[in-house]
Design a protein around this ligand. Structure first.
Ligand code: ADP
Ligand code: MG
Ligand code: MG
Length: 212
């Protein structure tokens, strides 16, 4: 059986920080089309904060939950934009059900991602079709609900990512009902929502690290 330890989460957060540097200009350009052109910069500020403190955080925290929670708090406190509190909540709530644990089973891990997505939903109150990261996260959540223990965990996670990626694509023809893109009305049509793109790409880091 597949178990994930605290080092898996540390490495994943560091890799998300690296990804964010690589994708910063792309995510920002998506946000320039329909927002205020700072999405990549916002996440870069937040994840740089996490990277800078990671060694201390890893030593200081006694379980996976506190490591993720403190990392989420950095996103929440350092990022000025809407994505800070949203991704911040994701990581802060992710480990709540596995408090005290230093390793989690694959099923527990899927439960953690479900909790993270539920936290984003709770915080942002967006529905599918509002042209936000929820358009990627929610179809992903629906996939996670279907996991059967007989399934191959790696293939299953691939499917989760594929569905999130399609969810991000699905934002292109939409008018926004949440966030800054709302102000554009019909002019938002034809552009992908930046948060829907960053969300599947960030989750894809877990996908890659599962296989290591
Ligand atoms: P800001 O819009 O404050 O500049 P960012 O550019 O970093 O913040 O993030 C914008 C992204 O946040 C959007 O692309 C969208 O996916 C997401 N977002 C905004 N509002 C909400 C919400 N209420 N619920 C879910 N996601 C949201
Ligand atoms: Mg923005
Ligand atoms: Mg902004």
């Amino acid at each position: 059986q597949l178990y994930l330890d605290k080092a898996f989460f540390k490495q994943s957060l560091l890799d998300m920080a690296k990804l964010t540097e690589e994708q910063r200009d792309y995510w920002t350009s998506l946000d320039s089309d329909i927002g205020d052109g700072d999405h990549g910069v916002n996440l870069s500020i937040g994840f740089r904060g996490i990277s800078a403190q990671m060694n201390d955080l890893y030593e200081e925290t006694e379980d996976i939950h506190s490591l993720l929670k403190k990392s989420g708090m950095i996103l929440l406190s350092k990022v000025g934009g809407a994505s800070g509190p949203l991704y911040g909540s994701f990581f802060m709530k992710m480990g709540e059900d596995v408090t005290g644990k230093n390793q989690v089973s694959y099923s527990e891990f899927l439960g953690m991602i479900k909790n993270g997505i539920a936290a984003v939903q709770h915080r942002g109150k967006a529905q599918v079709g509002d042209k936000t990261m929820i358009d990627a996260f929610l179809p992903g959540l629906e996939v996670l609900e279907t996991y059967q223990v007989e399934e191959d965990p790696y293939q299953f996670f691939e499917k989760f990512i594929e569905v999130m990626k399609k969810g991000a694509e699905s934002t292109i023809p939409l008018v926004a009902n949440k966030g800054r893109a709302m102000r554009l009305g019909e002019r938002a049509i034809g552009h992908k929502d930046p948060g829907s793109e960053s969300s599947w790409m960030l989750m894809d880091i877990f996908n890659k690290n599962l296989k290591v």
